[in-house]
Design a binder for this molecule. Sequence first.
Ligand code: B3K
Ligand code: ZN
Length: 853
Amino acid sequence: MSEQKTVYLADYLPYSHLVDSVDLTFRLHPTATRVLARLKLRPNPDRKDRDHLRLDGEGLTLISCRLDGQPIAPTVDAQSLTIAAHELPHAPFTLETEVEIAPEGNTALEGLYMSKGMYCTQCEAEGFRKITWYPDRPDVMSRFKVRIEADLPVLLSNGNPTSQGPNWAEWDDPWPKPAYLFALVAGDLRAHSAAFTTASGRKVDLHIWVRPGDETRCAYAMDSLIRSMRWDEQVYGREYDLEVFNIVAVDDFNMGAMENKGLNIFNSRYVLASPETATDDDYARIEAIIAHEYFHNWTGNRITCRDWFQLCLKEGLTVFRDHQFSGDMRSAAVRRIEDVATLRGRQFREDAGPLAHPVRPESFIEINNFYTATVYEKGAEVIGMLKSLVGEAGYKRALDLYFDRHDGDAATIEDWLQVFEDATGRDLSQFKLWYSEAGTPQVKVDEAWDNGVYTLTFTQKNPATPGQPKKQPKVIPIKVGLLNPNGDEVVPTIMLEMTRAKQSFRFEGLAAKPVPSILRGFSAPVVLDRKAPAAERAFLLAHDTDAFNKWEAGRALAKEVMADIALKGATVTSDWLDALASVTFDDSLDPAFRALCLRLPGEDDIAQTIHAMGRLPDPAKIHAARREMTGALAVRLGEGLQRLYKDLDDNAPFSPSAAQAGRRALKIAALGLLSRRDGGKLAASAFARARSMTEEIGALSALLDLRQGQAELVSFAARWGRDANVMDKWYALQIAHADPAEAADLTATLIGTPGFDWKNPNRFRAVIGALAANHAGFHHRSGKGYRLVADWLLKLDPLNPQTAARVSTAFETWPRYDAARRRLARAALDTILSAPDLSGDLREMAERMLSAG
Ligand code: B3K
Ligand code: ZN
């Protein structure tokens, strides 16, 4: 069991020594791998005190230790190896250790582990210490050379290959790096290869390594990689810096992917794609994640983080960059809407609950618990605001300066903000609050119209969050446009800069009271509090020139309708139905955009909205309200749906392009609604005729929503039973569409099937995670959902604490609900906490969640 120790940002101290070079030799064996490490060390001139040498290590069997060639007996405990200061030379010295580790038994998937006969590593954040004794912290950067010895055909590590022979290979990474970027892979793998010539004319060999048979499904990932490399040159002026770039796909992986220098390791679900096996969403995610990991080469690897509190320095910026990239590759408006929907669904939820924390936290127990939507998604939004405030040109100057000044550094948020101040002359002291204060600001909007003068008054409220009762006003860039009552835009987008708790902005010279379009492009991660009549929302949905706000108007209307039905038993309003009908059938609009408008707000989102209104959300009523709205929409759209479906159901050869994906998304949305009218006839035939996984899943979803599709589920499993990534969809889909009263029982039944390989994180998430994501099912009043998820978290925890802790966030919203549900959720969390030998990871999460009440 790991020890619960809180780490504080304020305690940062540079490391006692510098590591000039690291030579590693791996003699791979499933149960007895030997790791020989030769470190060249010298005292850190930045540390005036003469400190002892303390190296991190966990679960290592020390075989030998030599200092400058002489055997020594250092002090070793469960987490460290220490050599006392008086035993250390004042000058540079060499420390050699040999340890034994057992990758086969490593179920935590951190450090060196095995997945289906292949060796691979995951070191971020603190996994390198499970491989060898080392100062496992990001500010210790060093040059790594690696020798791998194993009876396997493919042996990979970071950097460039230097030499190889039968059963061995050597790698040299010329770029100093922290240990968390170390990687090693060994296995029987096949490559999909290509080449890239950088802007300055250097040739780079590109390889995507997969299990035999999968190499036919790598083309899209490779294409995404090449486009990412070109884009980073063109937009950020950043070139790749090694002779090879390797990507490896692995089936057992705790998260999406990892940006190890020159050797990215990916969850296979974010690499492998073919039209028959991957949905359009999968294609979009592959493109985004390939780009994200590649972009880390500069924002993360060449410039890394001084300590883990600075995580958003690389993650927020790299998410921001991958959003920009996807916006450039696809429809920027559609991407923005999707990104904001994710932000609200995950980060606003986090910010409103017991797990809320600042973009740059100030303390943690287990750093892996801070790879959160706040650090990533809100971290990216903060950079978006910074860019809005300093403008395109200012942003470019600041980024150029950042790369110039900090290449090779382990940097901080202070360094990051300093380059913006130096490049633009702007004082960012107030802006910095975005990094230190948690919580989503609420911005209330009031308007006044008087004698041709239109005034918008904003009032910001920054709600209390755990450990932060009082907040200060933030800088909020609010992009606004004004429309005439006839629908013309009278004031095109301008940015209002809010810096005080309450602030007014005047617009003069208007002939009529305008309709405001506020927070265009979602220019700040805030909640707008503005009462607007349904007719005005419908007007904006029809006329707004800002695509985000056009969508947002329909969204806000839908949310109001859903909340009214759930809370007051109201009926579906014709305002909303009519407004949505005109968007649905407006062929001048992008089909992808229309599909997004037809996607009703999620149930968790409505629960959050109702809670923010000071009311109790009832998951069953919210679920019923959403179904009722879908039914009413199907009736309102009527015969037009059939026509729309036919128009979109073309025979064009498959392309993963955003344009074709948008048409498919609209077609599937139409199919879902049509099914409400024809009892599922069309969906059943669409399933039988499906030519892509997107269509197959779309048709199956429509059937499952009608409580049909059993035969289709059987045929799907018969066809895809051998493909784990596809079968994950089969599990998750049934649970997502299950009747809330049956969701937990269905999950239990699926758990009983032989395919439920719960030690595989993807499968665990596809089953247990899917139940947690079925809002009304998980929060069903029986408490079955809570109990089942808690039981499985406890079962997974001893084997894979990181994934258990991650999935436990299912419980983060428990304080929102009624007393009976709260009691049940508390009981589930108490059961978790009372388990003997609970991991530090899951303990920290459960304790933080319980502290809310
Ligand atoms: N940097 C990794 C995440 C590591 C998570 C460690 N628990 C992937 C990414 O953000 O690109
Ligand atoms: Zn990242």
